[in-house]
Design a protein around this ligand. Structure first.
Ligand code: SAH
Length: 233
């Protein structure tokens, strides 16, 4: 197996400049978000076969039936968070790690959870090899959140949820908010739920999106098939 070379040259930088321009034209105005998207090499977060398409504004497969979110979606979710540098953010659905890298590049402290061990191992390794800022990856079921590290200023769900688990809302600071796509398997409505007081939450609707589903429970790594050795006769 050859180790992957992580190159980021003027061609990639040019592609990113065009992607940032396309996002501006689609209505993204947050300069901190656009700045981070201009810096993070998205082509590192997709498989080699998709590298050439990494700067198109579209979702791409990352294995295990999951996708790296479309850049527009990453930009919109990041802007809707209205987070500031040093804020503690819980991301649920690490996937490729791209969204986490964008937020860490903006200066936020990111805690990110993934339920699939294969993706967790791959992304934790990738994020450990590069300096995007403060990111901690966990192999954990996002339905439970991360109470040991809470409360969080912001929570971001990057999978479509049929409902919002109350336990996640309980891990928000007062004044904190959660960005979450809520709905069925095929389309969801993005919501921002803000915790105004201990038991007072208000939500706003921000538009229709399409995410892979938020599913309960961990998925352990597929074990390689090994043949039992016959004892020497
Ligand atoms: N933010 C990611 C998007 C990945 S797609 C990126 O930038 O690439 C959503 C991810 O959520 C998938 O990897 C999926 O395995 C994960 N996921 C779904 N349900 C989950 C849960 N209950 N806990 C943690 N991760 C979950």
């Amino acid at each position: 197996m050859t180790t992957r070379q992580y190159i980021d040259d003027y061609i990639h930088i040019g592609h990113r400049r065009r992607l940032v321009q396309a996002l501006r034209e689609k209505g993204i105005k947050d300069e901190a978000v656009l700045g981070a998207i201009g810096k993070v090499p998205r082509h590192w977060f997709v498989g080699k076969v998709y590298e050439d398409r990494a700067y198109e504004d579209r979702a791409l497969p990352i294995g295990r039936e999951q996708t790296i979110s479309q850049p527009y979606t990453v930009a919109a979710q990041s802007a809707w968070l209205r987070a500031k540098p040093q804020d503690k953010i819980l991301e649920i659905g690490t996937g490729s790690g791209y969204q986490a890298a964008v937020l860490a590049t903006m200066g936020m402290r990111v805690y990110t959870l993934e339920r699939q061990e294969d993706l967790y191992v791959k992304t934790n390794t990738l994020l450990g090899q590069h300096r995007f800022g403060s990111i901690r990856c966990f192999l954990k079921d996002g339905f439970k959140g991360l109470p040991a590290y809470g409360p969080f200023d912001r929570i971001l769900l990057t999978a479509g949820a049929a409902h919002v688990p109350a336990v996640l809302l309980s891990q928000l600071t007062i004044g904190g908010s959660m960005i979450v796509p809520v709905g069925g398997d095929h389309t969801q409505v993005m919501q921002r739920i803000t915790r105004h007081a201990e038991t007072e939450f208000r939500s706003e609707e921000l538009g229709a999106f399409r995410f892979v589903p938020f599913k309960e429970g961990l998925v352990r790594r597929a074990k390689p098939v090994t043949k039992a050795l016959r004892p020497p006769s």
